[in-house]
Design a protein around this ligand. Structure first.
Ligand code: F6R
Length: 609
């Protein structure tokens, strides 16, 4: 979603803001802009399309100044055209950038039009610029911002500058994230730490309702009640390498290949000789898990799929009744919560609006406790959950989630193992599961070696308009994920189905134009899946079968496009089978020539409903 960068310094900040916005490109956007202050004016440049267009504009029409705000916009209100791009100004005296949705903008806009303000865009955000300008007639810039921000309903992260105080930036958040970077004789605000890591590793994380005022030498934070408050200063360790493509053509391909290392990092210090370590599950968490009678998992998109896989493990291995639900559905459903139910949220970013809203609901709803599985330390989800288990995948920049899912499933496997230990479930089963986790990085490496073969079969899929993904049991969510990956980056329509449902409807779609991709582990459901495969074949569907090479699966390459891999084991199998499906989606998208890392209409971090 939209990205914000603001800077107040003694040096020219145009490059600081533009390079910060570049690191936020991954969030998804369709226009970009910058406002720079000097003592006599606020100069604004903005363009529809990619940041490169804004950079060209800045070359043709340069600006310079010691403070300013920049923005990448993901359109909500109003088309992605230049006049809707941010910053929005009010009479060239106030400029505003905004991420989110101002729900009560219409009555505020009507009032401001009555007062003579002229709107130049269709956005809700422009309202804030005029509102601050209106109040600033009678009060200071700071007082006007505080008053205007307190009147907003909805979700927002905003940064504001005013000609009246050219070295000051005021920013606030309610919903979407905002961090404050503390430098030497310069201070910053941004949507995430990555945007500022070139300039500082010291950050304040703003809480809901906070307002911050920065100048080059000062940083003052006020809470939702307007009280002066200290927020902890945290050091963020992140190297520039982690944010580069490291020679890969796309971030997504890099992140797919990082999975063995990401999983090894996720497991590091968390496995002991006989089970999970106390670094992973503290004594306090053990006490909590002893009481758990039921689990609710809530998440969105790919993270929801991690929850679906985990349900199979938590129920079949740890014998804990588990429900999994999409966050945007859960939050409006008024669910029944029985005693001793643990609430789990899974999220890569830790900033997904629906997942956060579900967590906040859960905190009031009588759950035993709230636990999150998250990739971003200090994200809102991490800070607001009772317990957070970090996935340690490293920054994920491609919009399509890959290594985050793999590490989420790994953490959920560890959690399942911890629950099984606490319940003293079959020691030999636990030993086997522990061994599986140790082999996981190696198996992922082997799956990645299928890259060339998958690149080849991608040529058969790229010519199609639709695809069907089939799986059974814990591989059904992997089929869902395979379909999601293909549709989001290649724009080919794809559906994931439990193979047993084929005859209940989707079989009607199968003919020679329909590629059917089956996830086929060598487990107790193999024979059933093979019957489903035969049903497809009998209707002329073109089959692509990903099969565990162990044992006699009885499937032939002559009749199917057969891709064999080593992927047996309750924990390892769904995690490993996911990798070739990621590669398939990637290669199909490359052949189609789509924007793999920033697919159209999508944002990395969905910070509004
Ligand atoms: C798909 C994808 C999305 C995210 C979803 C949740 O590839 O990335 O479906 O999984 O938006 O995001 P997080 O995990 O950040 O809560």
């Amino acid at each position: 979603m939209c990205g914000i960068v603001g800077a107040s310094s003694y040096r020219d900040v145009v490059d600081v803001i533009i390079s910060g916005l570049k690191t936020l490109e991954y969030r998804g956007y369709d226009s970009a802009g910058i406002a720079i202050q000097n003592n006599s004016s606020i100069d604004i440049r903005k363009e529809a399309g990619k940041l490169s267009r804004l950079e060209k504009l800045l070359t043709r029409s340069p600006i310079a100044g010691i403070s300013g705000i920049g923005h990448t916009r993901w359109a909500t209100h109003g088309e992605p055209v230049t006049h809707n791009a941010h910053p929005h100004d009010s009479r060239t005296e106030i400029a505003v950038v905004h991420n989110g949705i101002i729900e009560n903008y219409q009555p505020l806009k009507n009032m401001l039009i009555d007062k003579g303000y002229v709107f130049k865009s269709e956005t809700d955000s422009e309202t804030l610029a005029h509102l601050i300008h209106f109040y600033h007639q009678e009060m200071t810039f700071s007082e006007a911002c505080h008053k205007a921000i307190r009147e907003l309903d909805g979700a927002y992260a905003v940064a504001i500058c005013s000609l009246s105080e050219p070295d000051k930036i005021i920013a606030s958040r309610q919903g979407p994230p905002l961090v404050v970077g503390i430098g030497k004789n310069e201070n910053f605000v941004a949507s995430d730490t990555q945007a500022l890591i070139e300039h500082t590793d010291q950050f304040h994380y703003l809480e809901e309702g906070d307002i911050v005022e920065i100048t080059p030498n000062s940083c003052e934070i006020f809470n939702g009640q307007g009280e002066h408050i200290e927020r902890p200063l945290k050091t963020v360790n992140m190297s520039a390498d982690e944010l580069s493509k490291a020679g890969y053509k796309h971030y997504m391909l890099k992140e797919i290949h990082e999975q063995p290392t990401a999983v090894a990092n996720t497991l590091q210090d968390r496995l002991g000789d006989t089970g999970v370590s106390s670094e992973f599950i503290t004594a306090e968490t053990v006490e909590l898990l002893q009481r758990v009678k039921q689990i609710h998992i809530v998440a969105c998109g790919t993270s929801y799929h991690a929850g679906l896989v985990a349900r199979y493990w938590l129920e079949s291995i740890a014998r804990i009744p588990t429900q999994v639900e999409i966050a945007s559905e859960y939050r409006y459903r008024n669910p029944v919560i029985t005693d001793d139910t643990l609430f789990i949220t899974i999220s890569q970013s830790g900033e997904t609006a629906d997942s956060l809203a579900a967590l906040r609901f859960a905190k009031q709803a009588g759950y035993l406790s709230t636990l999150s599985v998250c990739n971003v330390e200090n994200s809102t989800l991490d800070r607001e959950s009772d317990i957070c288990l970090l996935t340690r995948a490293g920054p994920e920049i491609g919009v399509a989630s890959t290594k985050a899912l793999t590490t989420q499933m790994t953490v959920m496997a560890l959690l399942t193992l911890a629950c099984a230990e606490i319940k003293q479930i079959d020691a030999s089963l636990r030993k086997r599961l522990l061994k599986q986790l140790r082999t996981l990085p190696g198996l992922l490496n082997q799956a990645l070696a299928l890259n060339d073969k998958i690149e080849h079969i991608a040529q058969q899929i790229v010519i199609r308009d639709h695809a069907l993904f089939l799986g059974r049991g814990q591989h059904y969510p992997i089929a869902l994920e395979g379909a999601l990956k293909l549709k989001e980056i290649s724009y080919i329509h794809a559906e994931g189905y439990p193979a047993g449902e084929l005859k209940h409807g989707p079989l009607a779609l199968v003919d020679k134009e329909m590629p059917v991709i089956a996830v086929c582990p060598n487990d107790e459901l193999l024979e059933k899946l093979k019957s489903n495969i035969e049903e497809v074949r009998a209707r002329g569907g073109e089959l692509f079968v990903f099969v565990d090479h162990k044992g006699d699966h009885g499937l032939s390459d002559a009749e199917n496009h057969l891709i064999e891999l080593e992927a047996s084991g309750e924990f390892t199998s769904p995690i490993v089978f996911n990798v070739p499906l990621q590669l398939l989606a990637y290669h199909v998208a490359v052949l189609r020539g789509t924007d793999v890392d920033q697919p159209r209409n999508l944002a990395k971090s969905v910070t509004v409903e």
